[in-house]
Design a protein around this ligand. Structure first.
Ligand code: G1P
Length: 278
């Protein structure tokens, strides 16, 4: 059973300026919930109630969100608005939150290594909150935890993307082990379409075994001069099995305006149905 989930959340969110000038991008709301809360709920649904967040400068709103707000709660107590905080209270009752700061932005691999102090020597999930996922049945991380229980190795979530978009992602190659599960033979971070081995793109969900930390330490900077988790996983895949899992469900790239609006429309429909039932 995997207990911990790490959220790299130190990035600047430059694609959403000026909205993210003084507000963490993870706090951008999709309808009435910030992006990071969707991620934490997905981790909880996978049984990972021990949440580690890698933050940076200007990210204090994240820690405040996952804490009690006495003044606010006192103000709305006994009113019809009280129910609106119910879902966050459930999270606070069931999860623990720990934080560490990444002082320099040196890539996703570096962010994950910064989280080592929160994880220690156990397997863990990773959620990039910009990738908002809606699972079919189980949430995506819960689907991956089931695969982990069977194979006990690092796993990345993948989806097929159009060929002209492979340059935005880590891309894998591999052989299919069972329906939707691939043994990775190659991985490339943000390849040009000519260099991409396939159009199977990594999305922001990982399950990693703790030996990944030592591997990241020896991974040289790659694409954009940053320490890439894709490169570290490629090294790990040469030593042990690393799997890619084509998840069942839908992903919204909320790091882009296009994906953000699509996610908003999707969750607005759900919100509307709930409103109508009340
Ligand atoms: C990161 C990873 C990339 C992955 C992507 C998923 O890139 O480096 O391999 O495909 O997340 O969202 P970023 O989008 O942070 O540039």
């Amino acid at each position: 059973m995997i207990r911990k989930c790490l959220f790299p959340a130190a990035g600047y969110g430059t694609r959403f300026l000026p909205a993210t000038k003084s507000m963490p991008k993870e706090m951008l709301p999709i309808v009435d919930k910030p992006l990071i809360q969707y991620g934490v709920e997905e981790a909880m649904a996978a049984g990972m109630n021990n949440i580690g967040i890698v933050t940076g400068r200007g990210k204090r709103a994240l820690a405040d969100h996952f804490d009690v707000s006495y003044e606010l709660e006192h103000q709305i107590s006994g009113t019809s608005k009280e129910g609106m905080l119910k879902c966050i209270r459930k999270i606070l009752n069931e999860c623990t939150f720990s934080y560490t700061r990444q002082r320099e932005m040196k890539g996703l691999g570096h962010a994950i290594l910064t989280g080592e102090t929160l994880i220690g020597q156990e397997p863990f999930g990773v959620i990039l909150a910009d990738d908002l996922c809606v699972g079919e049945g189980d949430g995506v991380l819960a689907q991956m935890a089931k695969i982990y229980a069977k194979y006990r190795c690092s796993i990345v979530a993948i989806e097929e993307v159009p060929h002209d978009e492979v340059h935005k992602y880590g891309v894998i190659d591999g052989s299919e082990l069972e329906d939707g599960v691939y043994v990775i033979s190659d991985m490339v971070e943000k390849p040009s379409p000519e260099d991409a081995p396939t159009n199977l793109a990594i999305i922001g969900r990982y399950i990693l075994t703790p030996d990944i930390f030592d591997v990241i330490r020896e991974t040289p900077p790659g694409r954009n001069g940053e320490i890439q988790i894709t490169d570290a996983l490629q090294i790990q895949a040469k030593r042990n099995m690393v799997l890619a899992y084509r998840f069942k469900g839908q992903r919204f790239d909320c790091g882009s305006v296009h994906g953000f609006v699509k996610a908003t429309n999707h969750f607005y429909e759900i919100w509307k149905q709930n409103e109508e039932q009340v």
